[in-house]
Design a protein around this ligand. Sequence first.
Ligand code: ADP
Ligand code: ZN
Length: 299
Amino acid sequence: MLIGALEAGGTKMVCSIGNRQGEVLQRASFPTLSPEITVPQILDFMSKFDIKALGIGSFGPLDLNPASPNYGGIRMTPKKEWQGYPLLTVMRDELGVPTGIDTDVNAAALAEATLGAGRGMQSLLYVTVGTGIGGGLIVNGQVVHGLVHPEVGHMLLAPADGDGMPDGICPFHRHCLEGLASGPAIEKRWGLSSKLMTKDHPAWDLEAGYLAQMCANMICSVSPEIIVLGGGVMQQAHLFPRIREKTLALLNGYVDSDRITPEGIVSYIVPPALGVNSGVIGALLLGAKALRKAQEGEE
Ligand code: ADP
Ligand code: ZN
């Protein structure tokens, strides 16, 4: 049985066809232009296959309140043409299949918790560090939505001593995580592409310190069983040992767990086990979940 997966991103829309086991069989990608141009391309691709459900992991913020008339729609976003766009409704009505939606990072978190680094665990934090920073959270085996949905990327941090850009670049907040530690923040601070920085560049120590603050804050506030860090910036694999070390230093022995030790933390703060596929696999799982729900409704 085929399921469609849409990873709706700010720069591109990645459409995939897969199955309920999370295997990806076909893929196509379209640049994110206006909905008038891009949505027909997505629908055209999806209609070529006999999909029984669709899952969407989308950039946000999204309206995820099931009681809201614009459930599954895009809320206020800098991408003006997409503001208020009813993504879920359009896809579901045009394709005529059960459709599930969540944020891109919640989809990735779901995939890592179900089939990846957090298999068998009940809680997981997934954070992507790229053009922006976003976090998806699983607690008690469920994706956390709460009031709106968590905005881990905008948690406020203590600027590091000696940081030449201590306020960061977020237009909304002073010294939030995304403003201090996203790819564009690194590039603005140092005037150099983060991809071109060598391992010994001072940018990385600062970066690891900010990501460690986030990890320490999340460990203290939600106590996830595992933290998965993905996104372009985390391609710098040398960041992992530094983040682990700094997280331990910040927590200073306070959290009593064998995972929060020099040995345990190696398998506690980790890269995505599903690599770059967490998002698409998460979207497939959201599609499968929507299908199950529709079938239960029929019984
Ligand atoms: P997006 O967040 O747009 O979906 P990415 O997760 O690839 O995409 O993040 C893009 C950001 O990550 C850019 O700021 C880019 O400079 C940075 N980046 C991408 N790859 C690397 C890398 N290998 N090393 C360091 N920074 C990277
Ligand atoms: Zn912010």
